[in-house]
Structure formats: structure tokens, C-alpha cells
Write a protein that binds this ligand. Structure first.
Ligand code: DQQ
Length: 500
């Protein structure tokens, strides 16, 4: 097989099985069938958004990873394009792992991790102007070994132009110390000088079971600068904390990138759902917005995904802006609103123990504006059966100048194999206690935003009747709007084309 683009058919039988699964989202992006994980190569080119992603078209398992490819003009309706990268003899024979897209002058160029014999090394591929055809560089891998012997792993790329040179971060970890991002520099994207670690985490700090443990390796490092309305800059270094094959959670350092180093000021959780929003990647779009996508991992056993014919959901696009105290503020891109179909509720009320009905469905957009008195709480019950045997419960409780957010999934599913662990955290509250809550339910995919903080999870109710939603509480006012969301049908171009 030459080092150019190949098409690998997605088995029709897998597509059929995936289409029949009631847990499959209807307005989130998913692969046609098979396995999906990290977003890759995000870019907007001549108005069109390109979403590449880690993809196994052959089966819903993480194996022989390709780069899937889809395009969209509005961030919510996606059209499948042929697979962009397929493992081929050489340094990516076992998989084309995560990476990014940059423009080398006019030449679109992918920088990705080629996997070979259990290790990953940086590889390059150049693209046609429409980003559909990719040619692997004959000089791959462009870095032939990690910069030191004592690394826990070495993969994933963040590449940018700085003055006359390219700079690159590669995710890694130093044994006995912690996760890191190694910094490199190059004139031509092919010959790289190692400059040193941008910063090194401390894996001995904190408990490996805690929500903000930084891990022994940093996957999918992503460095970007945010500017607030007063032009104050802050730099954000996002990474996904990993340890010995376990994907823990995405975190970010807020601080300052200067010279060859990143000076951290504070560490934050990127998503209170932890591993359910993993390996995110961001991009700056043509309008200057910072957009981010992440991988919603499954919360059911591998055997269930295999039976269903698919695994993995891409998050909705998120707009990232500066938040308070060095945090980032996350919100679904406004383009998502275009999927609002029928409006089910438009009401204002005093929160009380008597629940306000939020309509029915498992494809909903619930927008709540809360004003919480001190110690007041709002309880949103989602995907509940008429007898409440299955239900998912979100509680937002005011505690002074913070709100505690708790997602209780202990009754989300009667399936004992579905993950039922609680997800929680706190969010800053303004003095008047006003806070916006947005809940996007899409079958098994659940994305929640409370005051600009995200909480992502997966739920797998077993009953067709798990479609009731309501809100109650004990102090404060609420304004609620609920819409049924449209299903996004997919357009597929040549996905099942030529065999390798
Ligand atoms: N997934 C990719 C890796 C990355 C990990 C492989 C994160 O490149 O480190 O599919 O989910």
C-alpha cells in the first residue's frame, strides 16, 4: 500500500447494529459505526469546519486506529469524508494516533503519532487543498526517539508558528516525577530540536484517586492564549491525566507561557465529569473563537459496545472564554441552538417542593436561569420513568459564594453494569445567587453547563419510558425553557468506498 489516503469500508452490518441502538445519540457527532475516540486536526478552512477523529472503522474497539474525517459549515450538521489516515507499513503500521493540523504556507500538514511495536513517534502527512487526500512523509518518523530514556510514554502534539519557527509540544511523563509536555522547535516541521520540558507535574502530589491528580503522563496537551475584554492575557495548558493505561481526566493549568517554559499559577478540572470528556482538542476558528471538542467515553462495558456496534461520542462544540480566577468558561457553541425544534416549556416560577414539569424526551435542551438563596437548591430530574425507578438527578445547591453541583447516576439505569458513580464539583456564584444551568440530553450523552463549568457524563436507561423531566427546589426563582432537539441525519461521502 502506498503512503497515501486509503478508504476502508465500515461493515454495513456494524452500521445497521449501531443505528438500532437506543443509546446512540441523535444530535451529537458519532462515527458511522465502530470506534471513535479523540478529536484531531481541528481546523476551519474557507468557512468549513473539519473534524478528524480517532477511528476504528472495523470494530468498536480501540485497535488499528485511523483518522476519520467529517466536515460541517455550521458545527452541528456533519458530512462524512473518506478516511484521512490509515495505518500502513512503516512507523504507523499499528495505528495513526492523535495529532493536529497546521498550514505550512499553503500546505495543510498533519502532525500525528504513528504507532509501531507498542511505541508512538511523531509523523507527518501533507494534504490536498481540500484536506481530503493525505500523503505520508517518506521521512517518518520525524523524531526517532523520545528525548530521554525514562519516559512513561511519548505522544500527541500541539504545534504552532512562533515568529520564524515552528514549536511543538509532545505529551509525556518522566518516571518518578510526573506528567510533562516536551517542547521542540523546527524550521520545516521535519527536523526538530529538543528544547526541554515546558513544565513537569508532580505525580506524588495528591491522591491518585482524586479528581485533580495530574497523573504520570499527559495525553493530548493543548496550549492556547485567552484574552479577556480588558485585553488581559492568560495562557492555558490543557492535558489529559493518564497513568499506566488508565485515562483519568482532563485538567488545565492557568499561567504564563514565556520563553521555553510555562509558569503555572493554578490547576483546574476541565470537566466535572472527568473521563467522560477526555482528550479534548481546541482550535481558533476564522472568527477568532476558541472552540473545543472532547471525547465522551462509554460508561458501559466493552461487551455492550461490541454488541451495539459502536463506541464513543464527540462532544458538542464548546466555546472557551476566560472565566473568573484563572478558570475557563465553557458554553455550547451558539450554533447548537439551531437544533432546537419544538419548544416544550417556557415558564417562570418560585422553586418549591412541588415539581415543575419539564416535558418528555431523551433528546432535550433544558435552559434554566436560577436565582438561589443561601443554602437554596434546585433539583433537576432527567430521564425518569413514570414510577421513578430509573432517574438521573442533578442538584445545584448554594453554599455561600459557591454552588455545589452533583450528578447522581445511582438510578440512571437498572442495568447493573452501567457506570453509576456520582460526578460532582463546585462552581463560583455571584453575590445575587444567579446562575445559568444548561442540560443537553441526547440519549446516552449528557452535557451539563453550570455557570460556565461543564459536567459531562453518559447514562443508559433501560426503559423506553425514561423520558420524564422535572425541576423542584426549596429556595429561589427559576426561569425555564425546554426544547426537543432535532435529529441530525448524516451525509456520507465515499465512506464505504474502495477497500485497501
Ligand atoms: N488516544 C490516542 C492517543 C492519546 C489517547 C490514541 C487519548 O494518541 O494519547 O487513540 O485518548
Amino acid at each position: 500500500m502506498s503512503a497515501t489516503t486509503a478508504y476502508t469500508p465500515v461493515p454495513a452490518e456494524l452500521i445497521r447494529r449501531a443505528g438500532a441502538d437506543p443509546h446512540r445519540p441523535a444530535y451529537h457527532f458519532t462515527a458511522p459505526a465502530g470506534w471513535l475516540n479523540d478529536p484531531n486536526g481541528l481546523t476551519q478552512r474557507h468557512g468549513e469546519y473539519h473534524l478528524f477523529y480517532q477511528f476504528n472503522p472495523a470494530a468498536p474497539v480501540h485497535d488499528r486506529i485511523h483518522w476519520g474525517h467529517a466536515v460541517s459549515t455550521d458545527l452541528v450538521h456533519w458530512r462524512d469524508l473518506p478516511i484521512a489516515l490509515t495505518p500502513s507499513a512503516g512507523p504507523d503500521v499499528d495505528g495513526c494516533w492523535s495529532g493536529v493540523l497546521v498550514y505550512d504556507g499553503e500546505t495543510p500538514t498533519l502532525v500525528y503519532s504513528g504507532r509501531h511495536d507498542g511505541v508512538e513517534l511523531p509523523c507527518i502527512a501533507t494534504g490536498s487543498p481540500d484536506l481530503a487526500e493525505w500523503t505520508k512523509d517518506p521521512g517518518n518518523p520525524v523524531i526517532d526517539a523520545p528525548p530521554r530514556a525514562d519516559v512513561t510514554a511519548f505522544r500527541d502534539h500541539c504545534v504552532w508558528r512562533e515568529g520564524e519557527v515552528w514549536r511543538q509540544l509532545i505529551g509525556s511523563g518522566i518516571r518518578g516525577q510526573g506528567g510533562t509536555a516536551f517542547l521542540y522547535e523546527s524550521e520545516d516541521l521535519r527536523t526538530w530540536r529538543f528544547l526541554g520540558p515546558l513544565m513537569v507535574g508532580d505525580a506524588s502530589a495528591g491522591d491518585p484517586g482524586s479528581d485533580d491528580w495530574t497523573g504520570t503522563m499527559w495525553e493530548c496537551v493543548d496550549l492556547f492564549r485567552l484574552r479577556d475584554d480588558d485585553s488581559v492575557e492568560r495562557d492555558i495548558l490543557v492535558f489529559s491525566a493518564w497513568n499506566d493505561g488508565v485515562t483519568h481526566h482532563p485538567l488545565y493549568w492557568s499561567g504564563r507561557y514565556e520563553g521555553d517554559h510555562f509558569e503555572p499559577v493554578s490547576l483546574h478540572r476541565l470537566d466535572l465529569g472527568g473521563r467522560y470528556f477526555y482528550a479534548p482538542q481546541s482550535m481558533r476558528d476564522e472568527s477568532g473563537r476558541r472552540l473545543m471538542f472532547g471525547w465522551l467515553q462509554e460508561g458501559r462495558p466493552d461487551s455492550a459496545s461490541i454488541a451495539a456496534g459502536w463506541s464513543g461520542v464527540m462532544s458538542l462544540p464548546r466555546v472557551i472564554t476566560p472565566g473568573p480566577d484563572g478558570t475557563v468558561h465553557q458554553a455550547p457553541a451558539p450554533e447548537v441552538d439551531a437544533l432546537r425544534a419544538t419548544q416544550l416549556v417556557d415558564a417562570s416560577a418560585q422553586l418549591s417542593a412541588h415539581a415543575l414539569d419539564l416535558g418528555r424526551g431523551n433528546q432535550l435542551d433544558i435552559e434554566v436561569r436560577l436565582t438561589l438563596a443561601d443554602e437554596g437548591q434546585a433539583i433537576v430530574v432527567l430521564c425518569a420513568t413514570s414510577d421513578d425507578d430509573e432517574r438521573t438527578v442533578l442538584t445545584v445547591r448554594r453554599d455561600d459564594d459557591r454552588a455545589e453541583v452533583v450528578l447522581d447516576r445511582s438510578r440512571s439505569s437498572l442495568d447493573p453494569d452501567a457506570d453509576a458513580t456520582v460526578r460532582s464539583g463546585t462552581v463560583a456564584l455571584p453575590a445575587d445567587g444567579a446562575i445559568d444551568v444548561r442540560v443537553l440530553i441526547d440519549h446516552s450523552a449528557l452535557e451539563i453547563f453550570v455557570g460556565g463549568v461543564a459536567l459531562t457524563a453518559r447514562i443508559y436507561p433501560t426503559s423506553d419510558d425514561a423520558v420524564h423531566a422535572r425541576i423542584s427546589g426549596d429556595a429561589g426563582e427559576v426561569r425555564v425553557r425546554v426544547w426537543e432537539m432535532a435529529s441530525v441525519s448524516r451525509a456520507t461521502h465515499a465512506m464505504g468506498g474502495l477497500a485497501e
